[in-house]
Design a protein around this ligand. Structure first.
Ligand code: PLP
Length: 456
């Protein structure tokens, strides 16, 4: 059966060039070659308009956790669209899917997180975080406690608040960001920035930068610290073992909210329901999105811990904030069905007991490749560091080895993302051990091709 699109790839690319401004894209570079057009998907595979089958090592954008082609999710959406395609949660109305979904999420959330504020995406969730954290302190007579500390190279989305809380220099360079009262500390990226320290020493050092920053700003002016359990878009940066315990010690000294951005780690990525459970964290606020609906519809939320929820519900007055699509009933019905699938198929448990340990073992074997300086993973998220010198961790000149490798991945039938010269994967949580073998074999094939090109 031919998988080719009815309209030719050339025609689609020409129309795209004419009318589409895709996100995070260098338009000149794209238009010089034309975009890859994805036409269909099933399980862990996608197909492009030329009929190529590609193993989706990124689960879309870290989100298609239950895999593509799930009829149950299609049916849940269709049913909800017929019954109540839209209603809002503003001004004291509500609908059944929102109530049921909030209750279901609370049943798997970390202890003490029992309330849910719905949004339409991860970025919106972080806009909500910023406003809710400041509102929380203002309600208690401390409106000056409004600084939020994030991390360099952290990613919290692409709206003004999201990009400001995040620490991506390239994003800050456009649109005059970050906005006021946001500051950043170094990231716990030992491989790239650890210098002569051991990973454990560096983890402590990086966490102590939070203490320094809080003292510099003044604890009475800091509302919250925000971080991803494992940095995703920054390059799957898995902090050294000493990092989170030291951060917890620092936070215990001051009265500051902990915001754990679970947009990637949430809903099973680490083999626990949430990254906070993996690292034993007690967040006050937890933005989620992506895996919440397995990407079938856009939806996000902020899970709110008891401390913040109590202030909002007992002394907050009206919270002047929300989105037209907060808790959208069709998205909520899909999220509910997605949660049902995760539970009934024991997908999170299977990641922890079976596929994560298997990926860890197979992925680590790639470290024997001449290009690979480090191969790391937690749960079903993993990274490879491409280096010229494994001993000194020196990179190749030009900084485009990752992009070259990414091209070879596509050619061999694998989506693996490049963040500089770090290659990353985050496959659907339903990937099997045999499919992990296939993924790792394709990755090795791409590494070999990259190596050959570098030595040509
Ligand atoms: C993707 C992501 C976001 C932004 O989510 P969008 O749905 O793209 O707005 C925020 N935080 C983290 C950690 C993410 O990975």
């Amino acid at each position: 059966m031919s998988q080719k699109a009815a309209v030719s790839t050339q025609t689609l690319q020409a129309q795209c060039r004419e009318h589409v401004l895709p996100p995070f894209t260098d338009y000149q570079a794209l238009n010089a070659k034309g975009a890859r057009v994805i036409t269909r998907a099933d399980g862990i595979y996608i197909w492009d308009s030329e009929g190529h089958k590609i193993l989706d090592g990124m689960a879309g954008l870290w989100c298609v956790n239950v895999g593509y082609g799930r009829q149950e999710l299609v049916d849940a959406a269709a049913k909800q669209m017929q019954e109540l395609p839209f209603y809002n949660l503003f001004f004291q109305t509500v609908h059944v899917p929102a109530i049921e979904l909030a209750s279901e999420i609370a049943s798997v959330a970390p202890k003490g997180m029992r309330k849910v504020f719905f949004t339409g995406s991860g970025s919106e969730s972080n806009d909500t975080v910023l406003r809710m954290a400041r509102h929380f302190w203002a309600c208690q007579g401390q409106p000056e406690k409004k600084w939020i500390i994030g991390r360099e190279n952290g990613y919290h989305g692409s709206t003004v608040a999201g990009a400001s809380l995040g620490g991506m220099k390239a994003m800050h360079s456009q649109g005059d960001l970050p906005i006021a009262y946001i500051d950043h500390i170094p990231q716990p990226y030992w491989y790239g920035e650890g210098g002569d320290m051991t990973p454990d020493e560096f983890g402590v050092w990086a966490a102590e930068q939070l203490d320094k920053k809080i003292q510099q700003i003044g604890a009475d002016k800091v509302a919250a610290f925000i971080a991803e359990p494992i940095q995703g878009a920054g390059g799957v940066i898995i902090p050294p073992d000493t990092y989170w315990p030291t951060i917890k010690k620092v936070l215990a000294k001051y009265d500051i909210l902990l915001v754990v951005d679970e947009v990637i780690c949430g809903f099973g990525r680490t083999g626990e329901w949430f990254g906070s459970q993996y690292y034993d964290l007690q967040p006050d606020l937890m933005p989620v999105a992506k895996g919440m609906t397995s990407g079938y519809l856009p939806m996000g939320a902020v899970l709110v811990g008891d401390r913040v929820a109590n202030v909002l519900t007992e002394q907050g007055g009206e919270f002047y904030h929300g989105y037209t699509y907060s808790g959208h009933p069709v998205a909520a019905a899909v999220a509910l069905e997605n949660l049902r699938i995760l539970k009934s198929e024991k997908i999170v448990e299977r990641v922890k007991a079976e596929t994560a340990p298997y990926l860890q073992k197979k992925w680590a074997e790639l470290a024997d490749h001449p290009l690979v300086g480090e191969a790391r993973s937690v749960g079903l998220v993993a990274a490879l560091e491409l280096v010229k010198n494994k001993q000194t961790r020196e990179r190749f000149a030009g900084g485009n080895t990752g992009m070259r490798c990414r091209e070879h991945c596509f050619s061999s039938g694998l989506v693996m993302r490049a963040v500089g010269d770090t290659m990353i994967i985050s496959p659907p949580l339903v990937i099997t051990c045999e499919q992990i073998d296939e993924l790792v074999a394709l990755a090795r094939q791409a590494l070999d091709a990259t190596w050959a090109e570098l030595n040509a």
